[in-house]
Design a protein around this ligand. Structure first.
Ligand code: RBZ
Ligand code: NIO
Length: 354
């Protein structure tokens, strides 16, 4: 296959095969739940979560451990348009903080007994030794001037993300999507507008905390970028090429590879959800392996979750990223699986329910 730099041929070019959900495992899990020492259905969504994960993992005994959150980082050329409250240099600095164990995701993952992977997908600058190298380039080009990356880089970012799972999370019970990249809510809003058919204004929020005038400039920047590169909304690789980011492409790859291995994927906030939208465009069956985490403050998140067909587990007013919502949600999914597998049945407890 040739690598035509400006005409990506979408889904067919990414090598992925997603297994069907295992309906027998789901039914076995649901049957077990009828016998556990509680009124049927009384654990509410925890019961559905356990049965869903059973179908994904093809076992009536679902389990999330070892649990992993992968935080993929990259720089964005569009940061030079002043669309974030922080300078581009914060991406690399925060990666050092994650590597040193001092970031929010480090603390929440430690609290939740979750392994973290920190991945360089395209940081402009020095990267600490402990960071996994999946570097595509030193940040994307400024999407306001033309495509953010080449078609070859779009594919490379996805493949590198697939490799992160194959090489570092092959035995994971669950994977959470995390990211770091100043300017990446701009890329994500552009992707979301294109893939959910919403206006740019409707899905563009305050990101790291920009004021309303800056948000207006962010909207204009995205509209201009879309007008300049004219991404084909029906071609996810073209959308990634024109307005995406290397960590977003990497998260597409993580999602595809995890789903292909029957590993449930916990989608985090606005950026992770933009990546999930692209992954589902590439291979719709991937949607079967997605699990919700929190409801982000970003206004476009609800439209993303709607398009993905997943529900948030909680709404704590979070708007950070890094995989922080996914880390908290993994605790809930773990609890759902543990209740499912560890609770006694009425028979075992010697209780006669009738
Ligand atoms: C210190 C700091 C830590 C972060 N951790 C995640 N983000 C989040 O904010 C950025 C996206 O917002 P925007 O598009 O407005 O730049 C991403 O790095 C995202 O992961 C952070 C941002 C900052 C400043
Ligand atoms: O929803 C998110 O994940 C988010 C929102 C703002 C900034 N960074 C991430």
């Amino acid at each position: 296959m040739t690598d035509a730099p400006d005409a990506p041929d979408a889904a067919a070019e990414i090598d992925v095969s997603i297994p069907h959900l295992d309906d027998d495992a789901r039914e076995a899990a649901q049957e077990r739940q009828q016998h556990l020492t509680k009124p049927p259905g009384s654990l509410g969504r925890l019961e559905t979560m356990a049965a869903d994960i059973a179908a994904m993992q093809a076992t009536p005994q679902p389990a999330v451990d070892p649990a992993v959150v992968a935080t993929l980082a990259a720089d964005h050329g569009v940061a030079s348009e002043g669309v974030s409250a922080y300078p581009q240099s914060v991406t690399g600095a925060m990666v050092e903080a994650v590597d040193a164990g001092g970031a929010a995701i480090s603390a929440l993952a430690a609290a939740g007994d979750i392994e973290t992977l920190v991945v360089d997908m395209g940081i402009a600058g020095d990267v600490p030794d402990g960071v996994i190298d999946a570097h595509v380039a030193d940040g994307t080009a400024n999407m306001a001037d033309g495509p953010a990356m080449t078609a070859a880089q779009a594919r490379e970012s996805i493949r590198n993300g697939q490799r992160v799972v194959a090489d570092h999370a092959a035995d994971a019970g669950i994977v959470g999507l995390g990211e770091m990249g100043i300017g990446n809510t701009t890329a994500s809003a552009a992707i979301t507008a294109l893939l959910t058919d919403r206006s740019v204004a409707a899905v563009t929020g305050h990101g790291t905390g920009i004021d309303e005038a800056t948000r207006q400039r962010k909207i204009e920047t995205i509209e201009h970028a879309i007008a300049v590169s004219e991404p084909d909304p029906d071609d996810p690789l073209d959308v990634l090429r024109c307005v995406g980011g290397f960590e977003i492409g990497g998260l597409v790859g993580v999602t595809l590879e995890a789903a292909s291995r029957r590993v449930p994927v916990v989608v985090d906030g606005f950026i992770a959800s933009a990546a999930a939208l692209l992954a589902v465009e590439i291979e719709p069956r991937v949607a079967d392996y997605l699990l919700g985490s929190h409801a982000s403050v970003e206004p476009g998140h609800a439209a993303q979750l709607d398009a993905l067909g997943i529900k948030p587990c909680f709404d704590y007013g979070m708007r950070l990223g890094e995989g922080t919502g996914a880390a908290l949600a993994i605790g809930i999914y773990r609890a759902a699986c543990t209740a499912h597998t560890e609770m006694a049945t009425f028979e075992e407890a010697g209780i006669k329910p009738e």
